[in-house]
Every structure is written in C-alpha cells, then in structure tokens.
Design a binder for this molecule. Structure first.
Ligand SMILES: *Cc1c(COP(=O)(O)O)cnc(C)c1O
Length: 436
C-alpha cells in the first residue's frame, strides 16, 4: 500500500520508504492511501480473541500487502509481550491501562513495533546503520530507547534537557548502553527538538548519515496504537458494556487519539471521542472556533502533553477531508476539554479517596473529561497513558503518600548513568554525529 503526504506535494512512498524517512519530503505526514474496514463479523467476534489475535487482524489490514504474514505476526508478537487491561473505576467509567510495558507508558507499543519494523527493512535492504534521533522531555526517550535496544543496524541518540527530566525518567535511557546514546543538552526541551529538526534538514549530515525520527509522525509508531482500541472494545463487549462507547484520550501530539480515529474508520463502534488536554488547548480552541492557532507550550503537571502545535493535527484534518466541511464533521464526534493543574490534582485526590484508584496526571485529564462530558446511557473509557509511579514526586505531593515504585522501574534505577554532555549549539552536535 502506498502512503501519501498530508501536504500533497511529495511523491507517494512505499511503507518501507515512509518508515525509513519518517517525514515526507514536503514536511507533511504520511497517510495510508486506504483504510481497510474490518468485517462486522470480525468485530463482533473480537471478544473471543486474544489481544495478539486482535492486533494481528488490525496489523494485517494496514501492513498485510507489504509484509509476509509470518513476519508481521512475529513483529506483533514481539511488540505485545504485555497486556493492556480495562479496569472499572466506577459505574460506567473504565480505565484502559496502557502502562504494563517495559517503561510503563503507552509509547512502549509504538516504539517497539517501529523498532522491529525498521529493523526488518534495514536487514532487507542491507543498510549498514540507520541513526534514530529523538528529542525528549522524558517519556518518549525512554520508550524509544528501550524499544530499540539491541536492534541490529540502528543507533539511537536521545537528546534531553539537562536537569529537566526526573531522575526516574533519566535512568530509563541513560543506563542502557549498547546501541543507545544519551546526549545531555545544556538547554530546554525546545532546544533539543530544534537540534533534531536542524539535523534532518542539514544536507551534509544527511549525505553522510542515514537519519530518521521515532516520534509519532512515523507511521510505524502511531498506527500500531490502534491495536489496543480494538482490544479495549473486546474487553468491554465481553462485559456487556460496549454500547454507546465514548473514548477519552489524554492528548499532546495527538498521535494516540489519531490511532483511535483510524480504528473507528476501520469499523470499530466508538460513538465519539474526547480529546482531553491540560492548559495547552489549541485543539479545543479549534473545535470551538474553527481556527487553528498554534503557540508555544506552557508547563503543566501532565508534562508529556505540554504541546502547543500538535503534529498529528494535520492527520486529523486529512482524515476528514481537509476542506470546508471538515470542521463540522470533526465536531460531530470529537469534543475537547482543558484542565488546570489544580483540577488535575483534585481529580487524583478524589478518585484515590472515593474509588481507591490511582490516576497519573495524564490519565487524570482523561478521567475528568468523562466526568464532565459523559451522558446518560453511555459507557466511558479513558486511556491511562502512564503508570502513576513515573510521576512519583507529583503524586506524593498531592496525596501526601509514598507510593511504591514497581520493580521494573527500580531495576533501571540501579544502573549506572552514562551520557555525553553537549551545548545547544548545532555545529557542535553535528560535529559530534560526524565523529569529529
Ligand atoms: C506522549 C504522552 C501523552 C500524549 O500522547 P500523544 O499521542 O502525544 O497525544 C499522554 N500521556 C503520556 C503519559 C505520554 O507519555
């Protein structure tokens, strides 16, 4: 299947090209030229299938033309060595816990899938080395580093702002070694991102090195995120709770919710979606006014959602025609919400006290959106995108607790930190990559 660019200027690409390049030549995002619907019978029968079987059926619809069935199933199997359970929080409100992977956040799924798929294409083409550059404010770096750890033919450079990621986050990508290099940049997250962007457009660097990105602009990272929407539906259907399903997605770059919208286009019976935001609310403003006005992000307790210009917005527009009817179409089944840090903290406190359920600051936005918008007769599902212990300091300060750190996270904390300090100067970064 071919992939076109949302900017419509670049030539179409094969899956292989789209995955290796990440972004299209015209700086648009790649979109599959067709979204295949699953048969209704298949969807009705999801409740009798395992997560692996469900994910294989979805993966086949996207990637079946481009990969042998065995290869694809092996990649899916390797991606999903952990489950994503649906947990009931209270009457009609369920949490989809996406944090049972190696770094305890949903990005593990996409990162792992992309690592395996890219590894496969590199082997097939006989490429020597592809370099993955990733700027992180914390969570993306750890998921990408762990997903790509030990994959042959790939070297990962994680750029992170010195002193601005939590110690737990930092040890998840600085202690791995092997094909993972952590670069501690003397600057902010925006400086890290600017270095990565500058690298992708530097001619000399791209002549000498194969560079690609591993954030949710890459189709191999965001499409697999549709797997768990089907799996969540299956679990609710089994419990007799899948009618009038409303899915609330804590959103930053909007990759996760876009994968949900793809699932709906494939026939998954979701009545509507809610994009739950923190104070970074450009999408809500678009829903309310029809005007998209990107701006610099502000810091919040849900920092993985501190995004002022969500990259997957272009995909959402494209999915619904990118014309004068698009705004009306979108507002028919996507609504938005914004929450302040005070509201997030309050939700964490209330849900812990009343329902004995521990939310993380991102999941708290998803929960709050349901509390605000769920109507009679609907079942609400929010995505719990990270384990609360990843934000231990925040949670402990809010609840006056000392929450336990899961063994998986503790294991990272025992490793030795290895990182290379660099300034935020592009020339120095470029020299470093070129081995000068
Ligand atoms: C990345 C992230 C999000 C936002 O996901 P998008 O796909 O960027 O919208 C939400 N919560 C957590 C914990 C994250 O790491």
């Amino acid at each position: 299947m071919n992939y076109y660019s949302t900017n419509k200027q670049a030539a179409q690409a094969s899956l292989e090209e789209a995955v290796i390049k990440g972004l299209a030549g015209d700086k648009g995002l790649y979109m599959p030229e067709r979204i295949r619907r699953l048969d209704e019978a298949v969807i009705r029968n999801l409740k009798n299938r395992t997560f692996h079987e469900t994910a294989c059926a979805v993966a086949q619809a996207f990637f079946g033309e481009d990969l042998e069935r065995d290869t694809l199933e092996a990649i899916v199997k390797d991606t999903l060595s952990f489950d994503t359970p649906v947990v009931r929080v209270k009457e009609a409100v369920y949490s989809l816990e996406l944090y049972h992977g190696p770094t305890l956040a949903f990005k593990d799924v996409g990162a792992r899938f992309m690592a395996r798929l890219l590894g496969h294409f590199i082997g097939k083409r006989g490429l020597k080395q592809v370099n993955v550059l990733v700027a992180t404010s914390g969570d993306t770096g750890s998921a990408v580093a762990n997903g790509f750890l030990g994959v042959e033919g790939i070297h990962v450079y994680v750029l992170y702002p010195k002193g601005k990621v939590s110690p737990i986050q930092e040890c998840q990508f600085t202690t791995l070694g092997r094909n993972i290099t952590a670069l501690e940049i003397d600057g902010t997250f925006d400086d890290c991102q600017a270095l990565v962007k500058a690298a992708f457009t530097d001619e000399e660097l791209n002549r000498q090195k194969m560079l690609t990105s591993a954030n949710s602009i890459n189709v191999a990272r965001f499409l697999p995120q549709s797997f768990y929407y089907f799996h969540a539906y299956a679990q609710l259907d089994k419990a007799g709770r899948a009618e009038q399903l409303v899915v609330s997605v804590p959103s930053g770059n909007f990759g996760n919710i876009t994968a949900g919208l793809f699932a709906r286009q494939m026939g998954l019976p979701v009545k509507r979606f809610i994009a739950a935001n923190n104070r970074n609310d450009v999408f809500l403003e678009y829903l309310n006014t029809g005007t998209y006005n990107p701006r610099p992000s502000v810091s919040t307790l849900a920092n993985a959602m501190d995004v002022g210009d969500p990259s997957n917005f272009a995909r959402i527009l494209d999915l619904y025609g990118a014309d004068e009817t698009t705004h009306r179409t979108i507002t028919q089944f996507i609504s938005g919400c914004r929450f302040t840090d005070e509201e997030i903290a309050d939700a964490i406190t209330r849900v812990h006290a009343a329902d004995s359920y521990l939310l993380d600051p991102h999941g708290a936005c998803g929960y709050l959106a349901l509390e605000q918008k769920l109507q009679k007769g609907e079942t609400g599902l929010f995505l719990e995108t990270a384990h609360p212990a990843k934000f231990k300091d925040t949670i402990d300060a809010i609840l006056h607790t000392d929450i336990e750190i899961p063994a998986k996270l503790q294991a990272f904390m025992k490793g030795t930190k290895q990182s290379t300090a660099l300034s935020k100067d592009f020339a120095a970064f470029k020299d470093y990559l070129l081995g000068k």
